[in-house]
Design a protein around this ligand. Structure first.
Ligand code: ADP
Ligand code: MG
Length: 571
């Protein structure tokens, strides 16, 4: 501490670069170490990164709070949130020019994700903070730096990172809720289910940009129709009743504005664990569930979309389809085939974001436009093959076409936000009123290509420098390219986007993308390495762990790679 104080006194009033003296140094405080991983070059640049390391003997977290791994993930998440709250209380914030005075930590939303912001182990607790080292103009403000580093930081550490200073109950609850969701996801599999929504869950959100739940008094709590009710028994909450969605093909029908999309959106996001009081903390979806939508304008690189699209005008190839500007239907087909290639096990689709001509072709249209004049084989004719040939289930929101009754195993109707099982009714309507349409799907689903990304098509550099950045959850700057992710709906956190960008660079750097390995093989190796080494490995800078990564699924890593416009593959 004294050493740090001396340096700050010495550099007070000097040019900002004088702060660089701190880079790589570690300072001993009475209760912890403060290590400067990275020191910013100027008060307007990205903030400095420090790590606070506390000996576990002092921090005092019982082993049961961080073992096994799921508890570790939940505890790290909880401590990140605790830091966030305490920063607001303790730290004075901006003082001086640019980012001067900033103290920050990664900022989790409604999901409990594996993060690099805090790490608890048998030996220590490490938290990674972002600091704006204070300056006036470009002159070091040594006094203010002292206040931040020698007063605020120790208070913060004391308040948020010692077991004894934290409220016991919410901490334990946070861990149990996450552990229960993991257990419930495992139970899904044993019971032949792909999703579960506990009775009493609150599905609607405040708004499209506010993921917090609609207040209790405005929301209709979920309750299962009796015929679909199942019971799961996670370790902490005990027996929970709710609606189980079985494998196979499920339709969500009902009038407009009756809550169909809200239900599907809850399922999309419940591949992740939710925090207590989220409303979805007892909603779980199979980990391999992938949202599929139309995404016209996206690039597509050599995807076999023949299961859905054939005989395009002017002989355009659909075995190995490329487009710089895919249409609604071709983009939706590509999204499915790429998803299958990357390991999707359940497809989630909403009519609101699907291409109509991709979903359905009714009898009258079949009469008017002959099969050999229509390149598209509609999804209705392939959805059963997806399940029988590949074991891939589908949950589909469709209020606009009863033709789908013929192919559905389960039909759930949303009626004033209440779910009803109308499978039997739908089946009897289907047999009473034939659609008279011709099936167009052929015998088999078709082939999912195993593509090999070519390393020379990925350039992380802008000029001579590697440049990979993401400021939101919707885009990654990769070299000079912008990867547009705003239609990749299951990225839920900007820290996931950041991790994806750096993981793609990692795969390139480590020669995983070598032109010979298939995308599936590359994703598998990344998963394994993430499991063994943690998110730290994604950092492009040696000895500089990044405090703002959150773990993405392989499906979203693939989605980003597939949306990089320069990507080229061999088949
Ligand atoms: P649909 O897809 O059937 O047209 P949405 O799911 O978009 O309907 O829901 C329409 C509106 O109703 C949205 O504003 C949504 O927030 C609200 N809503 C959905 N489910 C509930 C619920 N269980 N309780 C209260 N409001 C809800
Ligand atoms: Mg809708």
């Amino acid at each position: 501490m004294e050493k740090l104080k001396k340096i700050l006194t010495r550099i007070d009033g000097k040019g900002y670069k004088a702060y660089k003296d701190l880079q790589g140094k570690t300072f001993q405080f009475p209760d912890f170490e403060l290590e400067f991983y990275y020191v910013q070059g100027d008060p307007f640049a990205g903030p400095s990164q420090v790590a606070v390391k506390i000996d576990q003997k002092r921090a005092g977290f019982p082993e049961a709070t961080y073992k096994p791994k799921i508890r570790n993930v939940a505890l790290n998440d909880y401590l990140t949130r605790a830091l966030h709250q305490k920063i607001k209380k303790i730290c004075k914030g901006r003082r001086g020019t640019g980012k001067s005075g900033l103290v920050a930590v990664d900022n989790p939303g409604q999901e409990i994700l594996e993060r690099s912001s805090v790490r608890v182990s048998l030996q220590e607790v490490e938290a990674r903070l972002f600091l704006g080292l204070p300056a006036r103009g470009r002159r070091v403000l040594g006094r203010q730096a002292e206040e931040m580093l020698l007063e605020e930081i120790p208070q913060l550490v004391e308040a948020a990172l010692f077991f004894k200073s934290l409220d016991r109950n919410p901490l334990v609850k946070h861990i149990q809720v996450a552990e229960d969701q993991d257990a419930m996801r495992k139970e899904l599999k044993e019971k032949g289910l792909i999703a579960f929504i506990a009775n009493g869950s609150i599905l609607p959100r405040r708004s499209g940009i506010d993921q917090r739940p609609l207040p209790q008094k405005e929301a209709v709590a979920f309750s299962s129709p009796p015929s679909l009710e199942v019971e799961l028994s996670p370790p902490h909450a005990g027996n929970i009743k709710g609606m189980g969605i079985p494998e196979g093909i499920t339709l969500i029908v009902g009038g407009g504005y009756h809550g169909k999309s809200t239900l599907l959106r809850a399922l999309e996001r419940s591949v992740y664990n939710h925090i207590p009081q989220d409303g979805r903390e007892q909603v779980v979806t199979t980990p391999g569930a992938l949202k599929i939508r139309a995404e016209d304008g996206r690039r597509v690189e050599r995807v076999n979309i023949t299961p859905f699209i054939n005989n395009l005008p002017y002989g355009q190839d659909t075995n190995s389809f490329c487009s710089d500007e895919a249409s609604g239907s071709t983009s939706q087909a590509a999204n499915i085939l790429e998803g299958l290639e990357a390991g999707a096990r359940v497809l989630l689709m909403d009519e609101d974001t699907s291409a109509t001509n991709f979903m359905i072709r009714d009898m009258r249209m079949q009469k008017l436009v002959a099969k050999n004049k229509e390149p598209i084989t509609p999804f209705i004719d392939k959805v059963q093959q997806l399940y029988t040939d590949l074991g891939v289930s589908t949950i589909l929101v469709i209020g606009g076409s009863g033709d789908y009754f013929d192919v559905a195993d389960t039909v759930i109707m949303m009626d004033e936000y209440k779910a009803r099982d109308v499978s039997i009714e739908a089946r009897s309507i289907a047999s009473e009123y034939q659609t008279m349409r011709q099936e167009e799907g052929g015998e088999k689903f078709g082939q999912v290509l195993k593509r090999k990304p070519q390393p020379e098509s990925l350039n992380p550099r802008k000029g001579k420098k590697v440049k990979i950045k993401s400021r939101s959850d919707e885009a990654i700057q990769f070299g000079t390219e912008n990867i547009d992710l705003h239609n990749v709906e299951q990225i839920v956190d900007p820290s996931q986007t950041r991790a994806i960008g750096d993981l793609i660079f990692f795969a390139l750097r480590e020669n995983l993308i070598d032109g010979k390995k298939t995308l599936g093989e590359i994703l598998e190796i990344i998963e394994q390495k993430l499991e063994d080494q943690g998110l730290e490995m994604a950092s492009p800078f040696p000895n500089q762990p990044q405090g703002n990564y959150a773990r993405p699924r392989p499906l979203e890593i693939a989605a980003a790679l597939n949306r990089l416009r320069t990507l080229r593959v061999k088949v």
